[in-house]
Design a protein around this ligand. Structure first.
Ligand SMILES: Cc1cc2nc3c(=O)[nH]c(=O)nc-3n(C[C@H](O)[C@H](O)[C@H](O)COP(=O)(O)OP(=O)(O)OC[C@H]3O[C@@H](n4cnc5c(N)ncnc54)[C@H](O)[C@@H]3O)c2cc1C
Length: 382
């Protein structure tokens, strides 16, 4: 593997950093406090080409890969995790369309996302089906040329703001195999019977929209099937191989931002007549943080690199997500600790990073589920 980024990738990083520091940083604290969903920032990011970089040019993107997407999100998360999450989830689910959507679906639904005019969502989790996705019970019955959807999903990113949501539905309840019962349907959120209630009171990333959503006889035409009937579970697993590597990048960015704040603070803050950076205990902490971040970044880039070469690797993507999230939590904890009592106050951004970090171990599969995926791959068990 070539660990040197190309000149283009370095330029993308610098452009993403400039945008993040200029546009996200100044408004991050206020958006987090008010829970404001900042539509304008999505449009600005899209104008600069940061949304959907991995879409092919004919679908409005830049035709770049997962690694470039990762580099951009890494910079956003470094500068301001809450707003970075808003921008990250703007394209959530589009990998499923790219992998399994028809040409018509890609041409219709992807360009408005790349322009920043629309945002997407992907609804899998249900009140009684979280980690156990194969037990999801939101029912989609085929009636003539349509599917009629009934059920509910919980904690869905962009539930109240998305223009369309991909919905993981039960279409074949009679199937014996739990992995052949589901299908993915694209639901435009202006269809009668769709309802979304925004969730308030999240621990962190409060500007990002998260909602419980309800389907009451929502009718979609059969053309809204994404991929193959009954293949939803397997499609979901392939999708996660792509999206989990990207969570790795979010975690690396958050870690890097927290780390840099800790470095700056320890060089400034004096106790016992000297900077706290001059204590060996501090240097050990900084050394551990720097090393952990390098391991997470290398693993994440390797997982993205596998995707970009057309060989997404379940084990690598799960490792990138699990390990990078672990690193983020350890790094942000030490970074806050190095701020002492000030770290606990919202005068410094580090407490926002601390609250944001935990989600990285939960969504798109908890850390336990990532370890199951890794362990089973290593042991060769189904
Ligand atoms: C801010 C936010 C945004 C989200 N966005 C989305 C979204 O856009 N779309 C979506 O579909 N979902 C979304 N989710 C939901 C998220 O993906 C789920 O919360 C997550 O998958 C875990 O499911 P659960 O909460 O039901 O936990 P559970 O599955 O009930 O798990 C509870 C605990 O049990 C453990 N556990 C469960 N099964 C096992 C096992 N077999 N072995 C060992 N341990 C196990 C888990 O690891 C966890 O620690 C979001 C959640 C949040 C908080």
């Amino acid at each position: 593997m070539d660990f040197e980024l190309s000149n283009r990738q370095k330029q993308i990083r610098m452009a993403a950093r400039e945008f993040a520091e200029g546009e996200l940083l100044p408004i991050g604290k206020e958006c987090e406090e008010k829970g404001d969903y900042p539509r304008e920032i999505i449009k600005k990011a899209a104008q600069l080409g940061f949304i959907g970089v991995f879409f092919k040019k004919e679908y409005g993107g830049l035709g770049l890969g997962s690694l470039e997407h990762a580099i951009i999100l890494e910079e956003f998360w470094r500068a301001e995790p809450g707003l970075a999450q808003v921008l990250s989830q703007t394209v959530f689910g589009t990998d499923m369309l790219l992998l399994y959507g028809s040409e018509e679906q890609k041409k219709k639904y992807l360009p408005p996302i790349a322009k920043g005019a629309w945002v997407s969502g992907f609804a899998i989790t249900e009140p009684e089906a979280g980690s156990d996705t194969a037990s999801a019970s939101t029912l989609a019955e085929k009636v003539g040329e349509e599917y009629v959807i009934n059920g509910s999903k919980v904690m869905i990113s962009n539930g109240t703001v998305a223009h369309f949501i991909l919905v993981y539905c039960l279409t074949h309840p009679e199937e014996n195999s739990k992995t052949k019962r589901h299908s993915i349907l694209l639901v435009e959120t202006d269809r009668p019977g769709y309802k979304a209630d925004r969730i308030h009171g999240k621990m962190g990333i409060r500007a990002a929209d998260t909602a419980n959503i309800f389907f009451n006889n929502v009718r979609v035409p059969k053309e809204n099937l994404v991929g193959t009937e009954g293949n939803g579970f397997l499609q979901l697993m392939k999708f996660l191989d792509h999206s989990r590597a990207i969570i790795g990048a979010q975690a690396v960015g958050l870690s890097q931002g927290a780390f840099e704040q800790a470095v700056q603070y320890t060089k400034r803050r004096k106790q016992f007549g000297r900077t706290i950076a001059s204590f060996q205990a501090t240097q050990f902490k900084i050394a551990e943080m720097a090393t952990l971040i390098e391991t997470a970044r290398t693993l994440t880039y390797k997982a993205c690199w596998a995707i970009d070469r057309g060989h997404p690797d379940t084990q690598l993507s799960a490792m990138a997500k699990w390990w990078s999230a672990q690193v983020a939590i350890r790094v942000v904890d030490e970074a806050l600790q190095l701020h002492g009592g000030y770290g606990y106050l919202d005068d410094y951004p580090i407490e926002r990073y601390y609250r944001a970090a935990k989600i990285l171990e939960i969504y798109e599969g908890t850390k336990e589920i990532q370890k199951l995926a890794i362990g089973r791959r290593v042991l060769g068990t189904p």
